[in-house]
Write a protein that binds this ligand. Structure first.
Ligand SMILES: [Zn+2]
Length: 314
């Protein structure tokens, strides 16, 4: 059935067509571009900060979570790829579900991977969900399953799920969508009470004194459930950051920088970096917390360069 026949059709008809893709191959007889090898393992471990001894030296294995890396086609892609997955996405594009966001992946491991192992794989379109409405928009979740083999033996399975969706209309003016609300519960209410008073509060374990954030009911170090709130100075540095361009979420105006801030007290907190062009945010940049009203009902902590926004160059 062609995309033309379902464009604008009853979603039930489209869904029936989409279900017909379940079980069809997404990749057939794929071959890893490189065998499992030490340089890729080393680069991965450095990027992830994983110093596990199992991944170094004689007898090293590859980190299991690298499973997908050995199957990736790189910028030039793979030859011999099935057309079914492209057809499925084109069908969804044609029906107006033009945006895509990766939602999650799951892996199962059956065998250690060692340098020299030759990788082969097959991928199948495992499932297409019924039409779902999310905060991003309405669309379909598509799950592909890649079965990875090493030296011809089953090595693991990688499931990858995307949402192919029609973006929710952006609203302006007084109708503007509101920021998603945090879940406030008895475990973290103290933090939001602090925000309301323009105080950035973390927890200090009453048992061992460990500072912690985000708020949790118990201490990860000693297990004690008693704690005291501690107001932090708000000073910190950018530990890591991303700049969001896509997808466009209602109530957000991309591009914007989202950073993981290491506070002077040692805990880390996620927040927007404001007062500096997104392209000038840098790892190590000194910042200070402040509070910004994001809409009529809600304030959030954000972080501004401590030197007033000159990007730490002074
Ligand atoms: Zn403790």
């Amino acid at each position: 059935m062609s995309a033309d026949r379902v464009t604008g059709a009853d979603p039930a008809d489209l869904y029936a067509v989409l279900k017909g893709f379940e079980g069809r191959p997404a990749a057939v007889a794929g071959v890893g571009k490189d065998p499992v090898n030490e340089p890729m393992i080393r680069h991965w471990c450095e990027a992830m900060g994983d110093t596990g001894a199992a991944y170094r030296g004689p007898g090293a294995i590859a980190p299991p979570t690298m499973l997908q890396a050995w199957t990736m086609g790189g910028l030039s892609g793979h030859t011999g790829r099935s057309q079914a997955y492209d057809e499925l996405l084109a069908l969804l594009d044609g029906a107006g579900y033009t945006s895509v966001v990766a939602t999650d992946c799951e892996q199962e491991y059956e065998r250690d991977l060692r340098p020299g192992d030759r990788i082969t794989f097959d991928a199948v379109i495992e499932s297409v969900s019924a039409r779902k409405t999310t905060t991003l928009g309405t669309g379909y979740f598509v799950t592909t399953r890649t079965d990875v083999r090493a030296q011809g033996e089953p090595a693991g399975t990688h499931r990858f799920r995307i949402l192919k969706y029609a973006p929710a209309a952006r609203r302006g003016g007084d109708d503007r969508a509101k920021r998603p609300r945090p879940v406030v519960n008895r475990d973290n209410a103290g933090f939001w009470d602090g925000v309301a008073e323009h105080k950035l509060l973390i927890q200090r374990c009453a048992g061992c004194g460990t500072l912690r954030f985000p708020w949790l009911p118990g201490c990860g170090r000693c297990g004690a459930q008693e704690w005291d709130p501690v107001e932090v100075s708000g000073a910190g540095t950018v530990f890591s950051y991303v700049v969001m361009h896509r997808p466009v979420f209602p109530a957000f105006d991309p591009p914007y920088a989202v950073a993981l801030i290491e506070l002077a007290e040692g805990v880390r907190m996620v927040g927007n970096v404001v007062g500096v062009p997104y392209g000038e945010v840098r790892i190590g940049m000194p910042v200070r917390a402040e509070f910004v009203r994001v809409d009529g009902e809600w304030e959030l902590p954000v972080f501004r360069p401590a030197d007033g926004g000159r990007g730490g160059r002074g």
